[in-house]
Design a protein around this ligand. Structure first.
Ligand code: ATP
Length: 337
C-alpha cells in the first residue's frame, strides 16, 4: 500500500506592510511612478485557506470582510487562476475555494489585496504540488499581478525599486513596535493619491529626480535604534494623502501629542503607523488614541515579520493502490476465508 498524502486544505498567514521610506520619482511611460521604498512587514495578518472545489470561489470574513469584493475581481482569485493557467500547460488543476479572514485594513495603504494574492500563490503551490516553483519564480509571477506582491512573499524589511516589485533584503536586526490607526470610513485609492502628488508637485513647480534610497534610514535600521528610525521615516505621498483626507493630519498630531516617537502615513494611506519604543508604550498610545484621537480602528503590531507562510495543512491519505497478488478486497468488500 502507498503511504503518500495529498494536501486537502492549506492555510497561509500573510502580514500587511507599511513603508518606512517612500521616495516617488517621475511618472514613467507605462503609467507607473519610479519608486524607491523600504517595505516593512508587520504583525497584522490576513489568513487565507485554499481547498479543492467544483468551481472557483472566494469567501471573505473578519473585521474588514464586508469591504472586499467576493467575486472574480478579488486579487486572491485572480492569483489562483493565473497560477492554474500557467500550470495547465503541463497538467490540469482543480478549481479552488478560497477563504480569507480579513484583518488588514482594505484600501488602507497596507497592501491587503496583494497580501491575499501572495498567500494564495503560496497555498496553491502547496495544494497543487508545484514544489519545483521556487520563490523567485513565484515572486516573478506575483510582480505581473501587483507591485507589492513580491514583497509580501519575501517579508521582513526590504528595499523596493522599479515600481516597487524589485525587492532586496535590508540588513536590519531587532524589532520595532507600532500602533496602526485606520480611520473609520476612510479609504484612498492608490492612483488617486499618486495623481494628487503629481498635481501638488506641478503646482509647486517641483520636478522630481530619480528616487533615491535614504542612507539615514538604512543606517538607522542597521543599528535598530528606535529614535534614529523615527527621525528617518519619510513618505513622499503623505502630503497628497493629507490633502485628500485632512483628518490624517489630526490623527498624526494626536499620536505625537500622546507620546509616539514618530508617525507616518503608510504608502498611499490612509492607515497611519506610529512608531513607539516598547510594547508598554504601544499599549499606552493605543489607549490614548482610542480615548482622544479621531475615530478609527487601532491595532498594535511589531515588525519585521516573515512574508506569506503556511501555518496549517490537512492532508488526506491517497487511496490505496490495488496490488493484484495481495489485495483481496473487491467491489463487494473483503474476501473472508
Ligand atoms: P496598495 O497599498 O497595494 O495600493 P491598499 O492597501 O491601499 O493597496 P487594498 O486593501 O489592497 O488597498 O485594496 C485595494 C482595492 O482592491 C480595494 O478597493 C478592493 O476593492 C480591491 N481588492 C480586491 N481583492 C482584494 C482583497 N483580497 N483584499 C482587499 N482588497 C481587495
Amino acid at each position: 500500500m502507498t503511504t503518500g498524502t495529498q494536501a486537502q486544505t492549506v492555510t497561509v498567514r500573510v502580514p500587511g506592510k507599511i513603508n518606512l521610506g517612500l521616495s516617488v520619482g517621475p511618472l514613467r511611460d507605462d503609467g507607473y511612478h519610479e519608486l524607491s521604498t523600504v517595505y516593512h512587514a508587520v504583525s497584522l495578518y490576513d489568513t487565507v485557506t485554499v481547498q479543492p472545489a467544483d468551481s472557483w470561489s472566494v469567501h471573505v470574513t473578519g473585521p474588514w470582510g464586508e469591504h472586499v469584493p467576493a467575486d472574480d475581481s478579488n486579487l486572491a482569485l485572480v492569483a489562483a487562476r493565473t497560477l492554474a493557467k500557467r500550470r495547465a500547460r503541463k497538467a490540469k488543476v482543480d478549481p479552488v475555494r478560497i477563504d480569507i479572514d480579513k484583518h488588514i485594513p482594505v484600501a488602507g495603504g497596507m497592501a491587503g489585496g496583494s497580501a491575499d494574492a501572495a498567500a494564495t500563490l503560496v497555498g496553491c503551490r502547496e495544494l497543487w504540488g508545484l514544489d519545483h516553483l521556487e520563490n523567485d519564480l513565484l515572486e516573478l509571477m506575483g510582480a505581473s499581478l501587483g507591485s507589492d506582491i513580491p514583497f509580501l512573499l519575501h517579508g521582513g524589511t526590504a528595499m523596493g525599486s522599479g515600481r516597487g516589485e524589485q525587492v532586496t533584503s535590508v540588513l536590519a536586526r531587532g524589532e520595532l513596535h507600532w500602533v496602526l490607526w485606520a480611520g473609520e470610513g476612510l479609504s484612498l485609492s492608490t492612483p488617486q493619491v499618486y495623481a494628487e502628488c503629481d498635481r501638488l508637485r506641478e503646482e509647486a513647480g517641483v520636478t522630481p529626480g530619480p528616487p533615491e534610497p535614504s542612507g539615514e534610514l538604512m543606517t538607522a535600521l542597521r543599528r535598530m535604534d528606535t529614535d534614529e528610525v523615527a527621525a528617518a521615516l519619510h513618505n513622499d505621498l503623505q502630503e497628497a494623502a493629507i490633502s485628500l483626507e485632512p483628518v490624517l493630519a489630526e490623527a498624526l498630531s494626536a499620536g505625537l501629542d500622546l507620546g509616539a516617537r514618530a508617525g507616518i502615513v503608510s504608502g498611499s494611506g490612509p492607515t497611519v503607523a506610529f512608531l513607539v519604543g516598547s510594547q508598554t508604550e504601544a499599549i499606552d498610545l493605543s489607549v490614548g488614541l482610542a480615548a482622544n484621537g479621531p475615530t478609527g480602528d487601532i491595532e498594535r503590531a511589531v515588525g519585521p515579520v516573515p512574508g506569506a507562510q503556511i501555518i496549517h495543512q490537512r492532508s488526506s491519505p491517497e487511496p490505496p493502490r490495488a496490488r493484484p497478488d495481495t489485495d483481496r478486497s473487491g467491489p463487494l468488500g473483503p474476501v473472508i476465508g
